[in-house]
Design a binder for this molecule. Sequence first.
Ligand SMILES: [Cu+2]
Length: 169
Amino acid sequence: MKQDDQKPKSKSKSGKKIKGYIAAGVIAAIVIGIILVMEMKSNQLEKSQSNNDVMVMHIHQQVSLMIDGKPTVVPSNIGMDQTIWSNHSLDSYGMTGMAPMHTHKDDGVIHVESKVKRDYTMGEFLDIWGLDLTGYKVNVTIDGNPVSDYRNHILNDGESIIINLASNH
Ligand SMILES: [Cu+2]
């Protein structure tokens, strides 16, 4: 009877040991799981940063277009819609699917949204737009001041730009 008594005792001892191993295994699995999730998240962060999807520049200007004295709509989606995205030389500075200078609505708001800090000029915007100025005399005022070398004008935040086009006839 004494032997019978001892047998289950030793069995339960090894049972406790196994339960201990299982518990340690479960804890280890949870810890590894947490580490993997954290690593995935930091990888995602690194990826989005290496894609340079972080905009370091985001400024706006208001542009109005007058053709022979008539207010004319500045189209929406300049630098997004292919038909008004004529120059692609600056595309790598913009977000995916849009030039670094673009419009969203037809409200004349130019968005300069760039992954790099650089000077953006009125001429670069006009090139992206592909606005055909042939046959027009061009007069540009910026914040009310006439600017003759408007193509090289560096766009600043909050500027108000008026493009006056006059037919040569
Ligand atoms: Cu914007």
